[in-house]
Design a protein around this ligand. Structure first.
Ligand code: CP
Length: 311
């Protein structure tokens, strides 16, 4: 098992076979993650650096734990106290990291396309941990892994993604990945937060949340990306919850056993009711666990392009 590509920059263009290979490998990685001794030597002698130009809890730490559980060396560049703060460019920063013998660079950046630029200039594998409003491929992979584990298959699922679609890299990666895997993707949110080209990606657009949720197998809330929003795109937060929030009443329109998902961090009572976050249908904490398994799988597959299969 191995991915033939050097980098994981997005789910756009990834084949169904590649996604299946990642999800199958993540199943094996999850059993390591859930074992008493979380330490194997699959990545012995390899090294990974996280380079985050934006804040993160889940993505950054799950990459660090994933690499450590597999036996790799890890380091984290604190952008604010590194030479980036002295004006060093992204390409120069990447080349500097690579010159220290690094095999994988995991990057989060506010500019769409930054990981693609870095990948062109370094021999190390580059993994996109979120670039602007473009993609967050490892989040969508962990979301799909969670759906597969809970529902048995992704093909044929009806997935409703609710909220700030315009600024959501999570929504875009999920649309690319889920449609490739045969799911029906519905998106709903305020018209001011709905990108005009979203239907071309294969999603069905709804402006009433109730219609998107009706009969859904999965309901996924999104964080309001207030740091990327211009003023005037939203009414008050209270009005937003009233019109577009995921509430107990709206969830009753979905299938009885529908999963409630959210990439986090959650604004409780704004995007989704606090009780639903902690309720029986919520798999939000499991998404976090699965994020470590997916990142273990990706690190393994990208660094083993010429090696044997995982046992
Ligand atoms: N879902 C997600 O990307 O969370 P973090 O910003 O905490 O990494």
């Amino acid at each position: 098992m191995a991915l033939k590509r050097k980098d994981l920059l997005g789910l756009r263009g990834l084949t169904r076979e590649e996604i299946e290979e990642i999800l199958t490998t993540a199943e094996k990685m999850k059993s390591i993650l859930l074992s008493d001794v979380k330490k194997v030597s699959h990545l012995q002698g390899k090294s990974m650096v996280t380079l985050f130009y934006e804040n993160s809890t889940r993505t950054r730490f799950s990459f660090e734990f994933a690499a450590k559980y597999l036996g790799a060396h890890t380091a984290s560049v604190a952008v604010s106290s590194s030479s980036v703060a002295k004006g060093e460019s992204l390409i120069d920063t990447g080349k500097t990291i690579q010159s220290m013998g690094v095999d994988v660079i995991v990057i989060r950046h506010p500019m769409s396309g930054a990981p693609h630029l870095l990948a062109k200039h370094v021999l190390a594998s580059v993994i996109n941990a979120g670039d602007g409003i473009n993609e967050h491929p490892t989040q969508a992979l962990l979301d799909m892994f969670t759906m597969k584990q809970k529902k048995g298959a992704i093909d044929g699922l009806k997935v409703a993604i609710i909220g700030d679609i315009l600024h959501s890299r999570v929504a875009r990666s999920n649309i690319w990945g889920l449609t490739t895997m045969g799911a029906e993707v519905r998106v709903a949110g305020p018209p001011t937060l709905m990108p005009p080209d979203i239907e071309k990606m294969g999603a069905k657009v709804f402006y009433r949340v109730e219609e998107a949720i009706r009969g859904a197998d999965v309901v996924m809330g999104l964080r309001l990306q207030r740091e990327r929003q211009q003023k005037g795109l939203l009414p008050s937060l209270r009005e937003y919850m009233h019109l577009f929030g995921i509430t107990e009443e709206r969830i009753r329109l979905a299938k009885k056993d529908a999963l409630i998902m959210h990439p986090g961090p959650v604004n409780r009572g704004v995007e989704i009711s606090s009780d639903l976050v902690d309720g029986a249908q919520s798999v939000i904490n499991e998404q976090v666990t699965n994020g470590v398994a997916i990142r273990m799988a990706l690190l393994y597959l990208l660094t083993r392009r010429n090696h044997d299969a995982v046992h």
